[in-house]
Design a protein around this ligand. Sequence first.
Ligand SMILES: Nc1nc2c(c(=O)[nH]1)N[C@H]1C(S)=C(S)[C@@H](COP(=O)(O)OP(=O)(O)OC[C@H]3O[C@@H](n4cnc5c(=O)[nH]c(N)nc54)[C@H](O)[C@@H]3O)O[C@H]1N2
Ligand SMILES: Nc1nc2c(c(=O)[nH]1)N[C@H]1C(S)=C(S)[C@@H](COP(=O)(O)OP(=O)(O)OC[C@H]3O[C@@H](n4cnc5c(=O)[nH]c(N)nc54)[C@H](O)[C@@H]3O)O[C@H]1N2
Ligand SMILES: [Mo]
Length: 815
Amino acid sequence: MTDITRRGFLKGSSAVAGALAFTSLTPISAVAASKRGSGVLTAGRMGPMLCEVSDGKLIATKNALAQTVPNSLQTTGPDQVYTKARVKYPMVRKGYLESPTAPKGERGKDEYVRVSWDEAYKLIHEQHMRIRKTHGPESVFAGSYGWRSSGVLHKAQTLLQRYMSMAGGYSGHIGDYSTGAAQVIMPHVMGSIEVYEQQTTHPMVMENSDVVVLWGMNPLNTLKIAWSSTDCTGLEFFHQLKKSGKTIIAIDPMRSETIDFFEDKIQWIAPRPMTDVAMLMGIAHTLVKNGKHDKAFLDKYTTGYDKFEAYLLGKEDGVVKNSQWAADITGIPAKQIELLADIFSSNRTMLMAGWGIQRQQFGEQRHWMIATLAAMLGQIGLPGGGFGFSYHYSNGGNPTRDAGVLPAISASIGGGSSAGNDWAVSGAVNSFPVARIVEALENPGKQYQHNGHEKTFPEIKMIWWAGGANFTHHQDTNRLIKAWQKPELIVISEIYWTAAAKHADIVLPITTSFERNDMTMTGDYSNQHLVPMKKVVEPQGEARNDFDVFADMAEMIKAGGRDVFTEGKSEMDWLKGFYEAAQKGGRAARVRMPNFGKFWDDNELIEMKFNKKAAQFVRHADFRKDPVMNPLGTPSGKIEIYSKTIEGYGYDDCPAHPTWIEPTEFFGSAKDGELQLMTAHAAHRLHSQFNYAKLREEYAIANREPISINSEDAKARGIKTGDLVRAYNDRGQVLVGAYVTDGIKQGAVCIHEGGWPDLDPATGICRNGGANVLTSDIPTSRLANGCAANSSLVRIEKFTEQAPELMAFTPPKNA
Ligand SMILES: Nc1nc2c(c(=O)[nH]1)N[C@H]1C(S)=C(S)[C@@H](COP(=O)(O)OP(=O)(O)OC[C@H]3O[C@@H](n4cnc5c(=O)[nH]c(N)nc54)[C@H](O)[C@@H]3O)O[C@H]1N2
Ligand SMILES: Nc1nc2c(c(=O)[nH]1)N[C@H]1C(S)=C(S)[C@@H](COP(=O)(O)OP(=O)(O)OC[C@H]3O[C@@H](n4cnc5c(=O)[nH]c(N)nc54)[C@H](O)[C@@H]3O)O[C@H]1N2
Ligand SMILES: [Mo]
């Protein structure tokens, strides 16, 4: 950690002129398509890619857009197609096949039997219909959360839900694992979710910000992908920011890849994990003490500040939240907290924040408190000031283009209307917060609170998951495995033998995006390109497209079902239709696009039109200019530092203003050598995706997931880099490879999320180091019920026994 000094902070500030290379007049663009060289053009989450094919085999994939910062994920194409972990044939669990109405054996402990596609379809159809008839549509869970591959047609969940809608409805999910807490609290505070919205643009930050704060944010990793497909400009922006001479500050318990990337151009401050609210309050208190908070802004644009200030000053609970109070909790010296208050208030400061900080118990408080601090600084709505919660994700800040935008297939037939057919199409009949799935399985019919509503969990009898890796993404794997035994039927549509597939009754082999035709936009906010995703190679084994699987299943519901599902259109008919809709929209924005035939044959991406005005977008500038004419979508129309709505809910785990609440498992409660577990997102994976790939050699230690351990903590336990380590708590145990470093706060360890669970049947230890075997499965609070994975304590010790063989990527026998 850098010892922060005022000189250190301000040394670069005079070099701001260097930023002028990146202005609103210089858009970051693709390589002109004609210069892109040879190879088939396709795209994935990690951006447009060129595929080298030889003798019908995919040999290599690489970036198709010019980029300064390399993106390792773009090289994974061949591994995605040819890994031995692929599901090749439809497979059924032996004990299930023998007696589907009263299955024998146990999920996760049984053998698999190969069946034909027709047998698999028949088995699923009969049991699905029986369960649905007996228990109703609520009993069929098709929430199926996850990062299926990109594309506007081959959307696994949407296709599953389209089929389930035709079958009579299903139980679904609300929210996501990513921003579960922030997306529910922010509408109460700002009237908008903030986390998935366009940011004050990169050029505006470059031209106007003096200080940029990266609060719990690791863009060098997280910008390698986007929800649609990355436009590759986000990493470029941070590359420019490094050269800008601005004061850049990172607040992170761990020296992330981003902090390494910025080298000596960044000030790194490492608080204890889960203590950010205290640190933010220490800064806020210092502002008030020094009279540096912007009273005029608070008066005009916010409501309830007085109540929050009373809390800050200790008038509410007798605890003064000053810098020394914050220092005791965060482990950051009081004078550094005070210096931050000074620097933030005397410069144009952009508070950028990531989301790992809200994937914690009471996670709602984080972004609420950051927005509150930004309001106290009075720079919200000014160019380069305020806060931004999506600079690390999907290229937030890359200016929005004038574009022809692709629509996508919908979960409802006919895109929302069921006109033209006699099917009673119903969607989700009961949706619960996505990260509460295990609680739902454990407690059918239980009432619970969510954002002011009383809701009831469905009784789930069947699960069909397509396009998500829930055994990797969900917390407390052993608790999940127990609850997972309850439903009567579990079907998994997967490309690979993931842990979820190995715990299913029926597993269906699905194509990779390299084995089918599709299209995508890039840059979720920018719409910078429209990219063809051409089929590159033939499907492996008996893999089929999700689209075809559900079309086949729809025909079994009732004769003619296929035509209803497909609306009588083939894969290419759909793509042509989507393209022509984009072309029509583009015309209105004066964007010219070739006809579909030419576009498809040329196999070139289309770069959309740069819009100078959009490049000057400043978030909340309208509100700042005229809060009466442009009120926020909150009850008061202002920024709600105190929310009467939340007060009305009466939740002690989410009070009516930002509040420091001690977490259950954290530094303050650690005993007997317990360490705080962080589970950040990995550089060389998208969650669990590509864990099987060659890239694993870049990070695996002792052939397991690495665990970062502070040097002092390692020394106390006699652990060295390269050692096999057992990390454990009451919930489970994992085998990991030690990485001993000063780059993590003492008392904290990190195992990145996404390692495939691989439980040894003999001992129960996870042989691969799956982080969620150790995490606790609690909601952030009753307000948002978000994922709180980063809230766990663990112990570690050197592993001295015979190391068990890694089986994570080995398919079951006969598969
Ligand atoms: N401890 C901890 N846990 C976490 C997090 C954390 O920070 N810490 N982060 C959480 C977050 S933010 C998220 S978003 C989740 C991510 O959780 P997921 O989105 O479930 O994770 P992925 O590994 O991307 O899973 C995608 C799965 O879809 C499959 N797939 C890909 N394409 C297709 C397709 O076309 N069809 C079908 N049928 N399948 C396909 C892939 O093989 C893969 O198994 O994890 C959450 N879990
Ligand atoms: N390469 C890659 N890119 C991805 C993903 C991926 O899996 N791989 N996942 C995508 C998805 S679905 C999402 S939701 C986003 C996730 O984006 P984020 O949620 O922002 O990512 P994280 O890695 O969980 O956390 C970011 C940083 O917060 C730090 N951090 C953790 N705990 C604390 C804390 O208590 N205080 C502070 N100040 N910092 C803390 C971590 O060390 C890390 O450097 O990324 C997306 N991009
Ligand atoms: Mo996420």
